[in-house]
Design a protein around this ligand. Sequence first.
Ligand SMILES: [Zn+2]
Length: 159
Amino acid sequence: MLNAEHAEHDCGICSIIASCRKGTLADWIAELPRSWLTLGDAQFYRGYCVLLAKRHVTELHAMPRAEAHELLDEILAVGRTLDQVLKPLKLNYECLGNQEPHVHWHIFPRYADDPMKLAPVWVRPEAERKVSLGESDRIQLIAAIRSELVRRMPTARIR
Ligand SMILES: [Zn+2]
């Protein structure tokens, strides 16, 4: 069994968190008490976000209970924020961790005009999913998410 330090060293999510801490991640949105929020790389689903738990744990149930509840409150705040900003048909929340063994949540807005709206997002070919936004669009979207998120969760750090 890997010790915690070794696991974190090899963890892709911990690497992204290190970039968040350094301020070098272009898609960084906010720091919440228990998590980091970033814009995801599959903007076919406009507003797709990834919420990264600060603690390196492989399973949600491995987290101390109070901490998990605080994390779930942050997911609620992000979900309400995305619903308000983007008005999707549906939000999909996924906590998988099969590829990166560190608790993180994919939050996908789903839209009425998606012909595959009844299917999981992963059914869509990666090349179609992994669409980038134009620079000014991306900056505006991040600003809109930050503005709504900090209204709902004043402890969010957005700069
Ligand atoms: Zn990690």
